[in-house]
Ligand binder design. Structure first.
Ligand code: PEP
Length: 256
């Protein structure tokens, strides 16, 4: 029998919160933490500066994990201002967001670069949370499944079946990020099933069924349960609503 896929509530703080605000949010979130079942996880993807502070607060909590929001694609060297996957691993960081649409857009991160970042993470035991998603114009052209399928292939299909089993995918339609517009649960389920079909075609059902696929794009307390209730939606990657402890706690509670 297959074990249940991980169900994950991941917070993406992006470039928000000052140090005292981080402390206040962690107090609200973790003083009485929501206890998780064995198939549930909470991931906090926080700015590099706060990783150690958050690590200390969650290290004794079952199922709570810490993520960086990015790492560099090279192992080490003359890349001023950058942070390597090996550095993150040496600080006890377990996860790293790779290829968020804001980085694809503003830092012009290419598929080839993202494939390298995935490799750097896996080499040091960090689980990549690999982001994909289409723009509004692609959605309006009706080509979203092909577009997202191509992103998944380009970023991940160089991996062995064993390696890809250790990653998480986050589908985030760009038109729904930070806009207040959420994909309907039917749109989310359709795309998640399409991504899983792409994985199944290449790696087989057993592998594809084990890979968590998160939805991201204006997830809130009020829509999380419906989205997470979809068969192929295994939780969410949450931006704005993760900065509010009350909202995010309700999102955690909505995991299936
Ligand atoms: C995100 O940045 O990953 C995201 C989904 O943001 P928001 O929840 O604010 O739309």
């Amino acid at each position: 029998m297959m074990t249940m896929r991980k169900q994950i509530a991941a917070a993406n703080w992006k470039m928000n919160l000052t140090q005292p605000e981080v402390k206040a949010l962690l107090d609200q979130l973790l003083t009485e933490p929501i206890s998780l079942q064995s198939h549930e996880e909470v991931v906090l993807a926080v700015p590099f500066l706060y990783l150690e502070q958050v690590r200390q607060r969650i290290e004794s909590l079952n199922g709570y994990r810490l993520a960086a929001q990015n790492c560099h694609q090279k192992t080490a060297g003359a890349f001023t201002g950058e942070v390597s996957a090996a550095m993150l691993a040496s600080m006890g960081i377990k996860d790293c967001v790779i290829g968020h649409s804001e980085r694809r857009e503003y830092q012009a991160e290419s598929d080839a670069q993202l494939a390298e970042k995935v490799d750097r993470c896996l080499e040091v035991g960090i689980r990549p949370i690999f982001c994909c998603g289409e723009s509004l114009s692609v959605r309006e052209s009706g080509k979203q499944n092909e577009f997202v399928g191509a992103q998944v292939r380009a970023g991940l299909f160089h991996l062995s079946a064993e390696s890809i089993s250790g990653i998480v995918i986050a589908y985030e339609p760009i038109w729904a990020i930070g806009t207040g517009k959420t994909a309907s649960s039917a749109q989310a389920q359709e795309m998640h099933a399409a991504i899983r079909a792409v994985l199944t075609a290449h790696y087989g059902k057993e592998v594809a069924e084990q890979i968590p696929i998160l939805y991201g794009g204006s997830v809130k307390a009020s829509n999380a349960a419906e989205l997470f209730g979809c068969t192929d939606v295994d939780g969410g990657l949450v931006g704005g609503a993760s900065l509010n402890a009350t909202e995010f706690r309700q999102i955690i509670a909505a995991l299936k």
